[in-house]
Design a protein around this ligand. Structure first.
Ligand code: PAF
Length: 281
């Protein structure tokens, strides 16, 4: 496995590769990332993982400075799985102030985007830069960041990028908590509490499968349960999986998404729901 830190060196290394599969990350890798890198092997002969904490997707007061940078440990986890780790410095990806941005679709201003203004603009901009540098035939993104996956897919489609965007399943701890680099911020007590987010998503899913269509009431119940246990909730939302727009009674492919703060840690999670249409006789 080669560790490369400049764009030029990476371009030279990949020039003669017939097919590249790419996993962009911000590092501090856990088993969820590792499973995306394993999955990448099915999509290209050369597997590239990037590790880059992207300043332009963090807002003022967010955790850009404190985001864990663990390059050595990350590379140890990728040994034998990736062929190349691309870990550029900020000055390599942003040699001059970034003034050209990708404008994500309007849905990027909802859900997480409503609480993190400019976040998805920073994400799609860096992802486009990375795709232009790596030029993979496939790029793998985790479904835990469901809205991120949605806006990246929209960008790839609408900007005609010659890349297949592949979704990777969310990996969960034994109690159901979605694996996330930010779980490392949780105290021991918060870690036990953290699974409540997923349990609430599961309850909303069960109620919908059982026939409930009052999505607003289900959202309110989940928010109330979280708040009663000390969470500060950004949102719990039932959305159409295809569009991420508010779910209508006729939508059959749904997703329940949530973001909430437990102490100083913001956790996000989601669960898909497939509603079977009942025929009326
Ligand atoms: O999901 C992430 O880790 C980041 O948002 C990404 C896609 C690597 C862009 O910085």
């Amino acid at each position: 496995m080669q560790i490369i830190s400049t764009t030029q060196e990476l371009r030279d290394r990949l020039k003669s590769e017939p097919s590249v599969a790419f996993v962009p990350t911000m590092g501090n890798l856990h088993e969820g990332h590792v499973s995306l890198v394993r999955q990448a092997r099915e999509h290209g002969r050369c597997v590239v993982a990037s590790i880059f904490v992207n300043p332009i997707q963090f807002g003022p007061g967010e955790d850009f400075d404190s985001y864990p940078r663990t390059l050595e440990a990350d590379c140890a986890k990728l040994e034998g799985l990736a062929d190349v780790v691309f870990a550029p410095a900020v000055s390599d990806l942003y040699p001059e102030p970034q003034q050209v941005f990708v404008e994500p679709p309007p849905v990027a201003n909802e859900l997480c985007g409503a609480f993190r203004p400019g976040h998805f603009r920073g994400v799609v901009t860096v992802v486009l830069k990375l795709l232009n540098i790596v030029q993979p035939q496939a790029a793998i993104f985790g479904m835990k960041d469901y809205q991120q996956l949605h806006v990246i897919r929209a960008m790839a489609r609408q900007l005609n990028l010659p890349v297949e965007i592949v979704a990777g399943e969310t990996l969960r701890a034994a109690d159901g908590l979605a694996l996330s680099s930010r779980n490392g911020y949780l105290s021991a007590e918060e870690r036990i509490e953290a699974v409540r987010l997923y349990r609430n998503l599961g309850r909303v899913q069960e109620s919908i499968v059982a026939g409930s269509k009052d999505y607003a009431a289900l959202e309110r119940t989940a928010v109330a349960d979280l708040e009663a246990h000390g969470w500060r909730v950004d949102y719990v939302a039932v959305r159409a999986a295809e569009s991420l727009l508010p779910a209508g009674a006729d939508d059959t492919g749904l997703v329940v998404l949530a973001a909430a703060w437990l102490g100083r840690t913001r956790l996000i999670d989601n669960i898909e729901v497939c509603v079977s249409r009942r025929r009326s006789l």
